[in-house]
Design a binder for this molecule. Sequence first.
Ligand SMILES: Nc1ncnc2c1ncn2[C@@H]1O[C@H](COP(=O)(O)OP(=O)(O)OP(=O)(O)O)[C@@H](O)[C@H]1O
Length: 446
Amino acid sequence: MTTKSILCVGVGVPCLPAGWELIAAATPAEARRHFRARPCAIGLLLVQETDSCEDLNAFLLDHWALQWIAVLPPAALEQACWRQLVRDHCIDYHTSPVDSERLRHALGHALGMAALRADADGASPRAVGDATLTGQSAAITRLRRQIVKVAAASAPVLIWGESGSGKELAAQAVHAHSPRRKGPFVPINCGAIPAALIQSELFGHERGAFTGAARDKRGLIESAQGGSIFLDEIGDLPMELQANLLRFLQEKTIYRVGGTRSIAVDARVIAASHVNLTQAVQRGAFREDLYYRLNVLALDVPPLRERRDDLMPLAEHFFHTFSSERAPRLKGFSSRAAQAIRDYDWPGNVRELINRVRRAMVMAEGRLILAQDLGLETGAPAPQQLDDARIRAERDAIDASLLRAGRNITLAARDLGVSRMTLYRLLAKHGMAGSSRPSYTDGQSE
Ligand SMILES: Nc1ncnc2c1ncn2[C@@H]1O[C@H](COP(=O)(O)OP(=O)(O)OP(=O)(O)O)[C@@H](O)[C@H]1O
C-alpha cells in the first residue's frame, strides 16, 4: 500500500492531485472487495441523490477506520439522512462540482489525520508494531504466550479460527514479535483477489507476459522480502497456485509470470484459514504436501463464545477507541447492555462485536448504550429466546445459501428471495461482511 492511496466509492471521480493512487469502486459492494484486497486509510464518497443512504451508511459503519470525505450534490444536503451520514462518518464534505484546490487541501488534511491516528493507536491497516490482542481470559493469555514462542522460530505458521476471531491480528503479533519485525508485513486475502489476477499479484510478472503487462512488476511475495507474508483464507488458493507456493516454501525462490530466472525471496509465510484444511485435503481441494509444509507451527484462535471473560474488556476497548473521535457525549454501556453482551453467542466473533459497538454508538440517544442500540434487546425470557432463534435461523439460512451458491452474492440472494442489497445488509448485520472475510463474488459486476 502506498500511503497516498484513496478508495473512491461512487461514480464521477473528480480529478485528483498528482501523487494519489486511485482505487475506484462504483458501488459499495465493489468497494468492499477492493478494500479487502488493498486496504487504505482515506476514502472519498461520491454521493448521487439516487443512492441509498441506508446502504452507504451500512458500508461506512463497516469501514469506520478510514478518514472519509464526502462529495454531495447540493440538493442531497437538504435531506436529513445525508446530513446525518456526513456528521456520523466524514471528516469533511464538499458539494459537487468539486473545487479541486479545496479537495487538495482536504486530502492533505485527511492524510495528516490518518497518520496521527496510526501513531496514536496503530489503527492503520498496516501498522503492526503493536498488534495487541486485548483480553484477559485464560484462552487469550495462552494464545499470547504461544505467539511469542512461535515468533522466535522461522518455520511457517498456520493459524486456524472462525471468521472474525482475530487470525490476522494474531499473524501481525507473530510478525511484530519476530526478528523480522523491522521488515514488511504483507497481508493477502487469497479469496479476495480475482482468480485471473492472483498469480501475477502473488508472483509478479515480466514485461510482455500477457496483454497489458507493459512493465515488469514485483509480486506481493517479493514485496515481503525480509519480512512476513500473511496468506489469509489459504483454502481459497487455486490448485495451480498451491503448487507454486509449495515450490516457494521448499526452495525460497519464485518465478514471475512470463519469467525464466528464479528470484530468491526471504519471507516467512504465515497462513490462516477458517475452514478445516484437513477436510479440504480429504476432498482433494487442498494439496496434502502443502498442508504439511504450512502446518509446522499451528495456532488456534478460539471463538469469542469460548472466552466470555474477554467480552466486556473488548467491548470497553472498542468503545474507548471510537468514543474519543466520534461520540464524546457517550459514557459507556448500561448494565442491561453489558448483560446482553455477556449472554450473546457472537457467531461473527470480535468483528461482530466491533460492528455492534460501532453501530450502537451511532444509534444511542442517551448517555449510555442500551441493549437495543446493540441490536441485542433483552426482555422477558420467551421473546428473547425467540429473537435469538430468529437471528440464528437467519444466519444459518444465509450461510447455507452462500455455500450452495459458491459464495456468489447474486445467486445466494436469489436463493433467499431477497435483493443483493438486502443480502449485503444482512451480511453486515450479522458481522459476516467484515474487511477480511472470505470473498463473496458479486455476479452482477464480475
Ligand atoms: N483480541 C483482540 N483484541 C483487539 N482487537 C481484536 C482482537 N481480536 C480481533 N480483533 C479485531 O477484530 C477484527 C477482526 O479480526 P481479524 O481480522 O484478525 O479476524 P480474522 O479471524 O482474520 O477474520 P477473517 O477470518 O474474516 O479474515 C479486527 O479489526 C481486529 O483488529
